[in-house]
Design a binder for this molecule. Structure first.
Ligand code: H2U
Ligand code: ZN
Length: 347
């Protein structure tokens, strides 16, 4: 029998996380009688004084937001990381290890309106978000070695507030994903003499079959090893270590490619497409003066939806207890996204 990735289950290796994923595309046709998600498309008022993320609103800690016009950043009133936590002290047993955790958490509003999302914002407004990301990265990166910028979009992904925003958690330590990617990229660089994701982007750009959208400076692909059905990886075409290293042109074309991808995402199931996304780049603080050539800046988008606005992929059972598994092939997912219009279905 001849191997067909759409018909025959197989394993694919994720070199960034050093793990395997089981691809079993023939399962897409199975019946679904499980949970249906709400679309979460209840109308949101453009301005609601009771919404703590709106301009002029009073937040949980009593502070009043500025009457901001584009982006707005404030310290999270419920931070998971604070700058001054005490050290839990020496560990006397390898089975009961602890370590000190220090950091800061911020919230960044993308726009003064609650009823808008990134794909519906103007390119110049998205560019303002990118500029603000870069500023925060540079500020917090003076003190903290990992600055995690992430956006939870949609109630399905745990977004707690219907207003376009992201969070920034900066930490004194390298979190798990960062540690793994640091190691895998370093190992690859030492073995092959080229940054893993730089070479990977070049090869995907040649192959084209997993490319969703690309422009002069950026490439958006469904990775060969993607686990979430419509997961994408956003890569610069040149070797860039950190968000703070992007040129003005690169930030402009980043705004354009983000708008295109996010519009396609919304158009896929004609819904405001939920996801968690975040940026990964070379560590900051004491690492700024070290050689981090093995790193390549990138962003991950992890959307939970599988078949429609109401049917999501559950990473449970086998995924929790054995290893990740996906239903349609990355090539099929890329083709579907690639063929969608670049004009938003709501416009
Ligand atoms: P999420 O939607 O991703 O949960 O982000 C919203 C964040 O806003 C959340 O971390 C913070 C929450 O702690 N927040 C405040 O800091 N002050 C408030 O008054 C409301 C929400
Ligand atoms: Zn990453």
């Amino acid at each position: 029998m001849e191997f067909d990735p759409k018909e025959h289950q197989h394993l694919r290796y994720n070199p960034l996380r050093d793990e395997w994923v089981l691809v079993s595309a023939h399962r897409m046709g199975r019946p679904w009688r499980g949970q249906l998600e709400g679309t979460g498309e209840d109308p949101v008022p453009r301005h609601d004084p009771a919404n703590p993320l709106c301009p002029g609103s009073r937040r949980a800690n009593g502070q009043v937001n500025e009457d901001y016009m584009n982006t707005y950043v404030f310290d999270n009133d419920f931070p998971a990381l604070q700058p001054d936590a005490p050290d839990p002290g020496p560990n006397d047993h390898p089975l009961f290890k602890t370590a000190v955790a220090r950091g800061m958490c911020k919230v960044m509003c993308f726009h003064p309106w609650s009823d808008i999302t990134l794909p519906l914002m103007e390119v110049a407004e998205i560019r303002a978000v990118i500029d603000r990301w870069t500023e925060i990265m540079s500020e917090l990166g003076q003190t903290y070695q990992w600055v995690q910028i992430f956006e939870n979009k949609g109630a399905m992904m745990g977004c707690s507030n219907p207003h376009p925003h992201c969070q920034v958690w900066a930490s004194s330590f390298l979190p798990k994903e960062a540690q793994t990617e640091d190691k895998t990229q370093l190992d690859y660089f030492q073995a092959h003499g080229v940054p893993m994701l730089l070479q990977y982007g070049e090869m995907e750009s040649q192959k084209q079959e997993r490319v969703v959208v690309e422009n002069e400076h950026w490439l958006m692909i469904i990775p060969f090893w993607a686990t979430w059905p419509f997961q994408t990886l956003l890569l610069p075409r040149r070797h860039v270590l950190r968000l703070t290293d992007l040129t003005s042109h690169e930030r402009d074309s980043l705004a354009v490619i983000m708008k295109t991808l996010l519009t396609k995402y919304d158009n896929l199931f004609e819904t405001s497409f939920p996801y968690s996304m975040g940026w990964h780049g070379a560590p900051m603080a004491e690492n700024l003066c070290k050689d981090c050539s093995h790193w390549q800046l990138h962003a991950h988008y992890y959307p939970p939806l599988l078949r429609s606005a109401m049917v999501r992929k559950f990473m449970v059972g086998y995924e929790m207890l054995a290893q990740p598994q996906r239903d349609l092939t990355p090539e099929q997912a890329a083709e579907r996204l690639r063929n969608l219009p670049e004009k938003h279905y709501k416009l």
